[in-house]
Design a protein around this ligand. Structure first.
Ligand SMILES: Cc1cc2nc3c(=O)[nH]c(=O)nc-3n(C[C@H](O)[C@H](O)[C@H](O)COP(=O)(O)OP(=O)(O)OC[C@H]3O[C@@H](n4cnc5c(N)ncnc54)[C@H](O)[C@@H]3O)c2cc1C
Ligand code: FES
Length: 251
């Protein structure tokens, strides 16, 4: 982890509220999917904002963010050439080193939980592992990254709440269908809290979840991101996570 000077190389609007930001980061060497960038927006924004790394290679990093408040609103006006600072990669990413080409993996995501799963799919497909992706959106106009997963060769199943695209329902319906098929061994999930809680209740095989709690320091010092565990203990999302064993965390 180190503080980087980042230069915006492109900003693309993916939906009404979701944007993709590409950053040049000369000292960035790479990351494990699930790790995040902690971007200092400067000006009146005293706290940095955490965003999962959606893609990245030596010297380049992509994040996908949703406009939800003042900080992300300000980010939408960043133009190519704009400079900002940030720490990356931070946190502990998904446990993936034990997977083999025999492992049948499923990724389950909703909303801006999808970007870290894209990073994960890219690494797993690069290792020759079959990946099924179950992603959900409220409606068809909110869809993003489906084509990117398809390009990687993933089996992609899209759910929309209103049935305007793909299968009608919630991603949890997709998880229930997967359990019927009994064709997958390991699940990774990221998305809204309620979605991950429902996934945790259904999926009792090996699984991992990346959490997106509020953060202040990003490096384990302030305890503002403490996540209770089922065993009564607790961990910090920023450094012990964001990725945890699915059944470990008390969602
Ligand atoms: C490890 C991690 C990874 C993340 N990855 C992404 C990502 O890839 N893409 C993305 O769009 N967002 C991601 N987030 C959430 C993102 O950090 C917040 O949406 C952002 O900080 C909001 O800043 P803001 O100034 O626009 O909103 P604020 O003005 O701070 O808040 C606006 C509204 O958003 C809510 N909010 C703020 N932060 C969060 C949060 N962490 N979780 C849920 N609600 C929140 C607030 O309660 C409030 O209602 C991640 C968070 C964490 C901790
Ligand atoms: S954000 Fe400070 S300890 Fe996690």
């Amino acid at each position: 982890m180190r503080k980087h000077t980042l230069t915006v190389t492109s900003q693309r609007q993916l939906t009404d509220t979701v944007f993709e930001l590409e950053l040049e980061a000369p000292q960035f060497e790479g990351f494990t999917p699930g790790q995040f960038a902690f971007l200092d927006l400067g000006g009146s924004y005293s706290l940095a904002r955490p965003f999962s790394i959606a893609d990245g290679s030596k010297g380049m990093c992509t994040i996908v963010y949703k406009r939800v408040g003042a900080g992300t609103e300000a980010m939408t006006s960043l133009q190519p050439g704009a400079k900002l600072t940030g720490m990356l990669p931070l946190g502990t990413g998904f446990e993936i080193y034990h997977l083999s080409t025999e492992t049948r993996v499923v990724l389950v995501g909703g909303g801006v939980g999808i970007p870290p799963l894209f990073a994960l799919a890219k690494v797993l497909r690069g290792r020759g592992i079959d990946v099924c992706v179950v992603i959900g959106f409220a409606t068809t106009s909110e869809r993003f990254y489906e084509a990117r997963f398809v390009e990687l060769g993933c089996d992609v199943r899209v759910y929309t709440n209103d049935g305007s695209y793909g299968r009608r329902g919630l991603v949890i319906d997709g998880v229930a269908a997967l359990l019927q098929e009994d064709a997958h061994d390991v699940l990774y999930t990221c998305g809204p809290h309620g979605m991950m809680k429902a996934v945790q209740a259904l999926w009792k095989k090996e699984g991992y979840a990346a959490l997106e709690g509020r953060m202040a320091c990003g490096i384990g010092a302030c305890l503002s991101c403490v996540q209770p565990l089922h065993d009564g203990d607790s961990k910090r999302i920023c450094c012990d996570g964001p990725a945890f064993a699915l059944q470990e965390v008390a969602l």
